[in-house]
Design a protein around this ligand. Structure first.
Ligand code: ADP
Length: 444
């Protein structure tokens, strides 16, 4: 394989030039989602509830007042700009705040208000006068732990004397230190160490145990076992809460192993659909040809903002340079960037500072830019066994049926990839039309 790219911009050339696909890192994506989130994610589905005791009445709330929260917590919630509970919160909060405490397993996609809900539960159950850890929250990474801690700090702004401590790698606490903060948030390894080896946290005094991002947690070697070891040492009256954005069987099995007698709440995700997307393909011989076709499309129709997906970092970089040299305002989002850098690129793009965003698969699921109506598959998404990657295709160009605007998608296809594209078309039972890039009349 050739590694030299003609006329490549020096600064880009200095980036690590690997030809690898970007691997999707669940924890990084979750963090990215949090960093770029602007508001609650809505769902048109109904919340499904499975009560541990089906005969007990099912409460849901439409206002925060109904929850009879402490005044300072209510003030914190309103200061965050929340007016009413989110869909999942309507059902989850009454269960989480019930007396006696109930255990809960809740699944709903990222952005639906899970974190806010359990932070509210933790703050409500803390006794600020008790100067020892009373709530323990496990998170998959350092950064995600910090994000949750920020929510505690925001929502707990008016709660005097409630403090957070982070049990994360690098937070060195001298032996024998007495932890007086009531809420501990950390990663399983460090928490285990603090509880068992260093005896900094007395698990028998924990009242609320939260296992956040269970699906991401399970993805990390060792975290499930460590979490279970921690859970086993908790007192039986401790309230146990588990949250996950997805609910594959493996996650549910893990959830049921670790949370005794739970209520289960699920909110299905708004499905992605290709129904309101017009899809086209352009036949090309090679990379340069694809680029030419892209330019023709650009010349032929009015484009607001576009996202272009490439299969490898190298292709993405190459395309970025080509487009820049032709005077387009483009930005490149790829896996070698830190999550913070990615978030800032996405924000700039959202603000319209760049018209084109070129990216690999890293962010296919993280990005939600409402104003984008054009998506280009510069390379078709394929998996390791060289079959079409249907899910990625859907995530790149699909819109939610309910909120989606109409969209346009272009696939740049080498002739030998055409059968793969046809498989995609059949899979989704949708039509992908051939387009002659010299003749754009067909589109507008
Ligand atoms: P999740 O944990 O499911 O990803 P979050 O609790 O982080 O969801 O909430 C997603 C976004 O919505 C955050 O920006 C949060 O501040 C906001 N949010 C949460 N609950 C509400 C609410 N009841 N009203 C308005 N905004 C909310």
């Amino acid at each position: 394989k050739s590694t030299t790219v003609p006329n490549i911009d020096d600064s880009l050339n200095n980036l690590e030039d690997d030809d690898e696909d970007d691997i999707v890192d669940l924890a990084a994506n979750s963090l990215l989602n949090k960093l770029i989130r602007q508001s609650l994610v809505e769902s048109s589905h109904l919340v499904e509830v499975l009560q541990k005791d089906p005969s007990s009445p099912l409460y849901s709330v439409k206002t925060f007042e109904e929850l009879r929260l402490k005044e300072e917590i209510l003030k914190g919630i309103y200061a965050m700009g929340f007016n009413r509970p989110s869909k999942i919160q309507e059902m989850a909060l009454p269960m989480m705040l019930a007396h006696p405490p109930q255990n809960l397993i809740a699944q709903s996609q990222s952005g639906t208000g899970k974190t806010a809900a359990f932070v509210l539960a933790m703050l409500s159950r803390v006794n600020p006068l008790d100067l020892f850890p009373q709530c323990l929250c496990l998170a998959p990474t350092y950064e995600l732990a910090l994000q949750t801690g920020r929510v505690v700090e925001q929502m707990g702004k008016f709660c005097m004397n409630i403090e957070v401590m982070y049990a994360i790698r690098g937070n060195h606490i001298p032996r024998g230190t007495e932890i007086t903060k009531q809420i501990v948030i950390g990663t399983p390894g460090t928490v285990l160490d603090w509880c068992f080896k260093r005896k900094l946290v007395d698990l028998t005094k924990i009242r609320v145990f939260v296992l956040d991002e269970a699906d991401v947690m399970m993805d990390t070697q060792g975290f499930s076992d460590q979490s279970i070891r921690i859970q086993r040492a908790l007192p039986s009256e401790c309230q146990m809460l588990l949250f996950s954005a997805t609910f594959e069987d493996s996650v549910l099995q893990f959830a049921e192993r670790i949370i005794p007698d739970p209520n289960v709440i699920k909110l299905r995700k708004e499905e992605l659909t290709l129904n309101n997307i017009r899809q086209y393909y352009v036949l090309c011989d090679n990379k340069n040809d694809k680029y030419q076709a892209l330019c023709n499309i650009y010349g032929g129709i009015t484009i607001g903002q576009a996202i272009i997906f490439c299969q490898t970092r190298r292709n993405a970089k190459w395309l970025t340079v080509e487009m820049m040299q032709d005077g387009h305002q483009v930005s490149l989002l790829s896996g070698e960037l830190t999550v913070e850098q990615r978030a800032s690129i996405i924000q700039r793009f959202r603000d319209g500072k760049e018209k084109v965003l070129i990216t690999t698969n890293v962010c296919a699921r993280g990005i939600d830019v409402k104003q984008v109506t054009i998506v280009v598959n510069f390379d078709l998404p394929i998996n390791q066994t060289h079959e079409p990657d249907y899910e990625t295709y859907l995530h790149r160009i699909g819109r939610t049926g309910r909120f989606g605007k109409k969209g346009l998608a272009f696939n740049m296809i080498e002739v030998d990839k055409l059968p793969l594209l046809m498989q995609i078309q059949d899979h989704f039972n949708s039509s992908i039309k051939h387009l002659d890039p010299e003749d754009m009349d067909e589109i507008e």
